[in-house]
Design a protein around this ligand. Structure first.
Ligand SMILES: *Cc1c(COP(=O)(O)O)cnc(C)c1O
Length: 365
């Protein structure tokens, strides 16, 4: 049996460090707004190379409050990808803005400056690219386009912690960026958690107000806010994991390389190879016209797998009414053919070979 994701191996490896950190929090009892939260925020800001890193309750909250901090609301349009987790579209929906879905590149699965540019209208206020599966979107071209049209860029980095373009981390290109620390993410906590990053003092101030009941000074509430905090236990655990995250991402890249080597040459499209951290392989996702047969075979061998994502977001009932779409031919094709295989830092070569051989067998039959 090979799971899609195995979190137990990593806990065993880090157990001493994590147990110590957790025990300190339990003894200290400052469970909310304790010292680890501020320390984690400044460590992660340093790691990412941003002026402000503000933690919150989840990646979903970070996206919602980031859009609000940019002043996005009722009459606005936000250009984004139809190939993502629902939270990306939900955040736009909660502001009352219209989500404008544009087509993805069939190799990187990310939206491109060309597809975005064709969808810009006088109502467009922001671009929300997602670094899907851990692969950085073309931020240089997207940010250039945004400057020309005076648009906000908010990066969804939920799957791309640690990914870089040249030496700059995803999450440091746009006006703002949002991260998730959901346990399965490349930097995952042991519960929910999220992060907002920006170089703008104004956006940081707005976001801080929203996440803390609209209040900066006790008993003074300036805006209608939320309770959206990262708790002290998660912050303590994330501080431990942050110290190891580059090594974990390198291990994901090595695993992906081995998959690609093992699967070549096959009529399945494997991901672009990364040696440079531009793809940190949150998922290893292939395209295949034989997906149903492949899934049957993987099930027989008890090998974990997932279809991320089977349906373009505008086809979901929840988002059909709050969105507009361009021609999504690449997205539709990718949704029909995508298949994600087991990947995590500790996956062994033997496990990868077992998965790859199972897939090869489908083509041999
Ligand atoms: C996980 C994820 C989110 C949401 O993060 P949560 O912390 O689970 O709320 C948003 N966008 C993408 C692309 C994600 O993968």
């Amino acid at each position: 049996m090979i799971p899609l994701l195995d979190l137990k191996l990593q806990y065993r490896k880090l157990q001493r460090e994590i147990d110590t950190a957790v025990a300190e929090v339990l003894a200290d009892t400052r469970f909310i707004q304790g010292p680890n939260v501020g320390q984690f925020e400044s460590e992660v800001a340093g790691y990412l190379g941003v002026k402000h890193a503000i933690s919150c309750n989840s990646g979903s909250d970070a996206l919602h409050m980031a859009l609000l901090a940019c002043g996005i609301g009722g009459n606005d349009e936000v250009i984004t990808t139809p190939f993502s987790f629902a939270a990306t579209a939900e955040a736009i929906g909660h502001t009352g803005a219209t989500a404008v879905f544009v087509d993805i590149d069939p190799v990187t699965f990310n939206i491109t400056a060309e597809s975005i540019e064709a969808a810009i209208t006088p109502k467009t206020r922001a671009i929300l690219p997602v670094h899907i599966f851990g692969q950085a979107a073309d931020m240089l071209a997207i940010c250039r386009l945004a400057r020309q049209h005076d648009l906000f860029v908010i990066e969804d980095c939920a799957q791309s912690f640690g990914a870089r373009i040249a030496h700059k981390h995803t999450g440091s290109f746009g006006h703002a960026a949002c991260f998730s620390f959901f346990p399965s993410k490349n930097l995952g906590g042991y519960g929910d958690g999220g992060l907002f990053t920006t170089d703008s003092d104004d956006l940081a101030e707005q976001f801080s107000l929203f996440k803390n009941h609209g209040s900066k000074i006790r008993n003074q509430h300036q805006v209608v806010g939320w309770n959206s905090r990262l708790d002290e236990l998660q912050a303590a655990i994330l501080r431990v994991k942050l110290r190891h995250v580059d090594k974990f991402n390198q291990q994901r890249i090595s695993a992906a390389k081995h998959y690609t080597r093992m699967l070549d040459p096959l009529p399945a499209q494997t991901p672009q190879q990364a040696d440079d951290l531009s793809h940190v392989f949150h998922q290893y996702t292939i395209l295949t016209r034989s997906r149903t047969r492949m899934i049957d075979e993987l099930k027989k061998k008890h090998i974990g797998h997932a279809v991320y994502y089977p349906m373009p977001l505008p086809d979901q009932k929840a988002f059909s009414c709050m969105s507009r779409s361009s021609d999504l031919r690449n997205t539709n094709a990718v949704c029909r053919q995508c298949l994600s295989l087991p990947i995590f830092p500790e996956i062994s070569k033997t496990q990868i070979e077992t998965v790859a051989n199972t897939i090869r067998q489908v083509y041999a039959d």
